[in-house]
Design a protein around this ligand. Structure first.
Ligand SMILES: [Zn+2]
Length: 348
């Protein structure tokens, strides 16, 4: 038996059930979940700002330990390290066929047969695929990486959404060394971005946010300067990483760039109105705008390496409100909405 929180919709929310685990199929691995952090997109679903097929099991920022291997499951991780029961692992949010045309083009998160943890409907044959559950059944073709046992669970849970997405944004931005970087929006992803680009040798890291409290936090994670959105246009930088998803922020990000600059848009993952863009300004200033949704295999690997190397350098634990159990999942979501901490984690 395994306990899980079934999510119906924004009106009916969570119901806690215990059901027998499904028998493992070809290539599957059973994981005992240790900790799940509530991502912003989980909150959007909970509040009805985005709609998932339901009933579903939300939660995709997860860390767990291997409990059992299904028939012909891989016994090695993405780094070719051997896997065994009891190993602490993280896994990519997506499972998709490596032969898919988008997977082959390094965009596995857009493959046609995409399976996405924390976003799938519970059916008779597909179950235990989200983090608000005692177990996850990992599908064949899931990218798995073994973690150091010392990496605290709350921090490890951030890797497969927040950290990997930031790693993707940084990859798209190109060489960071000696570049001035603005991080627009200092929620969890923005804070991680400050930490990552500062470690990669950015000459300046300018955090932009309307919250003085968040800007103060950004300084503790590598930001060298802080700035309110109302003053953002006074900055001129090589790179803007836009995590807020606000219309004004994306427009500002273009005007903040030096000649030849690049802005990466990551935040706007909820319904948006169109924004005006001046084509002549972009052409004459040789600017680049790129969008990023989720991340690819390389980003995931870079995210693991970044956290393994830096979790003692930056105090990520102070960003996480701990102490909720699976039975308290509704309280945890209500707390996250009312108090807006960087992350709330559920212990499983
Ligand atoms: Zn997420």
């Amino acid at each position: 038996m395994s306990k899980f929180a079934s999510f119906i919709n924004a009106d009916e929310k969570f119901l806690i059930y215990s059901q027998p685990l499904l028998e493992l199929k070809e290539g599957e691995i059973l994981v005992k979940n240790l900790c799940t952090s509530i991502c912003r997109s989980d909150l959007h679903t909970y509040q009805g700002k985005r709609i998932e097929k339901s009933p579903t099991i939300l939660g995709h920022e997860i860390v767990g330990v291997i409990e059992a291997f299904g028939p012909n499951a891989s016994l090695n991780d993405f780094n070719n390290a051997p896997l065994k029961a009891g190993d602490k692992i993280t896994w990519a949010i997506y499972a998709s066929s490596p032969e898919d045309e988008f997977s082959m083009a390094d965009m596995p998160q857009k493959a046609k047969d995409l399976f996405k943890y924390g976003h799938e409907k519970i059916t008779d044959t597909s179950h235990f695929h989200g983090g608000l559950s005692e177990h996850t059944i990992l599908k064949k073709n899931t990218l798995i990486i073994k973690l150091s046992q010392d990496l605290p669970n709350e921090i490890a849970s951030l890797i497969n959404c927040s950290v990997a997405t930031v790693a993707g944004a940084v990859r798209l931005a190109g060489n960071i060394q000696n570049k001035s970087v603005s991080v627009y929006g200092t929620g969890m992803l923005g804070i991680i971005a400050c930490a990552m680009v500062s470690k990669m040798g950015a000459s300046k890291v300018i955090a932009v946010d309307e919250s003085a409290e968040r800007l103060e936090m950004a300084k503790q994670f590598g930001a060298t300067e802080i700035c309110l959105p109302t003053d953002a246009l006074q900055q001129k930088v090589d790179i803007v990483l836009e995590f807020s998803g606000a219309n004004e922020a994306m427009q500002n990000s273009i005007r903040m760039l030096k000649i030849g600059g690049v802005t990466i848009w990551i935040g706007a993952v909820f319904p948006q109105s169109d924004i005006p863009i001046n084509a002549e300004y972009i052409i004459r200033n040789l600017l680049t705008i790129k969008g990023l949704h989720n991340y690819n295999n390389e980003d995931f690997l870079n995210a693991v390496n970044f956290m393994e190397m830096n979790y003692t350098f930056f105090d990520f634990e102070k960003l996480i409100k701990k102490g909720f159990s699976l039975d308290e999942v509704s309280e945890a979501f209500e707390y996250a909405i009312a108090h807006n901490p960087f992350r709330v984690s559920i212990h499983l």
